[in-house]
Write a protein that binds this ligand. Structure first.
Ligand code: AP5
Ligand code: MG
Length: 212
């Protein structure tokens, strides 16, 4: 399975990804998670990306394309993968198609959520420093305050989950990434998911669309 998980920042991509990837037995590859790992380890790529990420801007295409395509060449992707947060521009989508030719992306799942809901979700989000699982202070809290249910890691607020970068990310999404919905529709691989439902309901809808 070669699946792309799409949707605006805060749509629930990271929240749904573990269940989907586990169900399909493929790795979950999130460009944002890979970039944050580079930032945390202080690599040159991480330093370059950080200046864009903290402002809510996209990291330059060539940096992200090289990073993600390198990850897709690893053995665990032979049977497929679930991409989260990539592609995000026309240039990235074309680079992915080229790398996967002649087969291309099999399914693009778009989790749709209205913009007014995104700000509330993102500014209240807590993320595990260790495994990057997302939580929400009010709507999806961890069992033990400040600790990840899955790995016990410390929860923190991402620097781009403050109001100003959140606003910027939603704007950047509308301008640079939303057009990819039409791109995948034209290719006949787009499936829409109503992301405004509860986390559980969204998961059920995603899994039923995968089963078809
Ligand atoms: P990235 O990490 O990909 O962030 P994003 O796309 O902005 O997406 P998020 O992770 O914010 O949202 P999500 O959809 O995963 O939502 P989540 O499940 O956490 O990218 C970060 C940055 O890296 C970018 O800004 C850019 O700088 C750079 N970058 C990454 N990829 C790039 C690329 N390809 N090209 C260039 N630059 C790139 O859920 C959010 C919150 O909502 C949580 O609190 C959760 O508990 C809650 N929630 C989830 N589902 C529900 C629900 N159904 N009901 C109620 N609450 C819910
Ligand atoms: Mg995410």
């Amino acid at each position: 399975m070669r699946i792309v998980l799409m949707g605006p920042p805060g749509a629930g991509k990271g929240t749904q990804a573990a269940a989907i990837a586990g169900h399909l037995g493929v790795p979950h590859i999130a460009s944002g998670n890979l970039l944050r790992e580079h930032r945390a380890s202080g690599t040159p790529l991480g330093k370059q990306a950080g200046s864009y990420m903290e402002k809510g801007l996209l990291v330059p295409d060539q940096v992200v394309i090289n990073m993600v395509l390198k990850r897709l060449r690893r053995d665990d992707c032979q049977r497929g993968f679930l991409l989260d947060g990539f592609p995000r521009t026309g240039e990235q989508a074309e680079a992915l198609d080229k790398a996967l030719a002649p087969r291309g992306v099999q399914l693009a799942l778009n989790i749709a959520v209205p913009a007014d809901e995104l700000v509330h979700r993102l500014t209240g989000r807590l993320t595990c420093r260790s495994c990057q699982t997302p939580y929400h202070q009010v709507t999806n809290p961890p069992k033990a305050p400040g600790r990840c249910d899955l790995c016990g890691g410390e929860l923190f607020q991402r620097d781009d989950d403050k109001p100003e970068p959140v606003r910027k990310r939603v704007e950047v999404y509308e301008r640079q990434t939303a057009p990819l919905v039409a791109y995948y529709r034209r290719k006949g691989v787009l499936r829409q998911v109503d992301g405004k439902q509860s986390i559980q309901k969204v998961q059920e809808e995603v899994l039923s669309k995968l089963a078809r």
